[in-house]
Design a protein around this ligand. Sequence first.
Ligand code: GLN
Length: 484
Amino acid sequence: MHRKTLAELSAALHKKDISSIELTQYFLARIGRHKALNAFVTLEPEKSLAQAKAADALLAKGQAPALAGVPLAQKDIFCADGWRTTCGSKILSNFVAPYDATVIRKFNDAGMVCLGKTNMDEFAMGSSNETSFYGPVRNPWNTETVPGGSSGGSAAAVAARLAPAATGTDTGGSIRQPAALTNLTGLKPSYGRVSRYGMIAFASSLDQGGPMAQTAEDAALLLNVMAGFDPRDSTSVEAPVPDYTAALKHSIKGVRIGLPKEYFGEGLSPEVAQVIEAAVGEYKKLGAEIVEVSLPNSQLAIPCYYVLAPAEASSNLARFDGARYGYRAPEYSDLIDMYKKTRAQGFGSEVKRRIMIGTYALSAGYYDAYYLKAQKLRRLIAEDFRQAFETCDVILGPTSPTTAFKLGEKSDDPVAMYLSDIYTISVNLAGLPGMSIPAGFDGKGLPVGLQLIGQYFGEERLLNVAHQYQQATDWHKRIPKGFE
Ligand code: GLN
């Protein structure tokens, strides 16, 4: 049962081969057997089963939406009414959301079942899931390695088939990099495609929610539910939502795939490079035309991001003050002391580091030198992509410079950790859609992800190019040992 895709589970539910209650119980039991991965922060079996019961009633009437009754894991950054929502932080360890994020409401309206809330880096700051207050997540491909981050719990849960699919969010790579490190298909939509309402803010001009799934087809099915204009999110875009499954089957003959030369230079592991080259060969066989493109400002993406994202985070995280909700320091002398102690005790060191960098970059006297300069770089980076897309339809490269690294290997070296997102961050700075799909394995048997980057609102094309590759290869079907 756990090897079935969403498309297969949906068919089984509609044919009444299985009920949503049975399916939900099945996955909850599997989660219970694999607690050592630490993929989930909160489970509420009664809530999940109540949703499953309601879905079964809908299915019995024969008018249920496509994914009704299918269980799904939710990254613990999405507020879900009545569920504890921690965002990986101690400061929200006692926070029970009083409302649904738009994404959660859409999944509820589609009749889907929430299996639980997944572990993540604190406030989505990280690339390894090691900054979580709830402990690191283990990668099912090798439990001594990280699953990537910040959506590490979602990645481990789907890779180990504890859930058929999950949600993630991506500010600089947090859907694509963990998808790459765990052999999943992850999609970060264009900025504005998926509502951010009720999704706890890290860096508002970069954050975007999206699906983490076994296949491109499943990612398309989930995006069909998640996408769309939301009057409650002023940056959500009022553009019609296509049926993302409609274009999957189109031939990709003649599609121009651009390889950015900057993505194949120093810092890329030779084993990853080899896998990506083989994938390019596969695309040639499928009839795609391969062209070289250049993204000359690529090396500026990390410094630019590490000014802008912390600047936005320092402002967004000002709301966690112990006064309104969440953790409050038990002992303090006056109001200011309460703020200080609450934040000192409630935030972990990576979050504090970002708040300090961001506050500094925004302060009078430094604003022009850092924040404004970074905004200008951001524009140049977006312009690079605009030019590249004059000669290609989709950009292809590695998702991550290496495969999964060992737990603890980079946790004392923030800069080494930041480099994990070297190929993903510029996509968020430009607001473009990006995907990671399974493309092979290194010598240690760890998965390698292939990144596809599309034009604004070009998710259909991306999903099509990913799906065609998955019709010709079976990397995405591989499951880690011990979880078959
Ligand atoms: N790893 C990057 C960071 O630490 C990106 C995280 C994300 O996409 N949420 O900020």
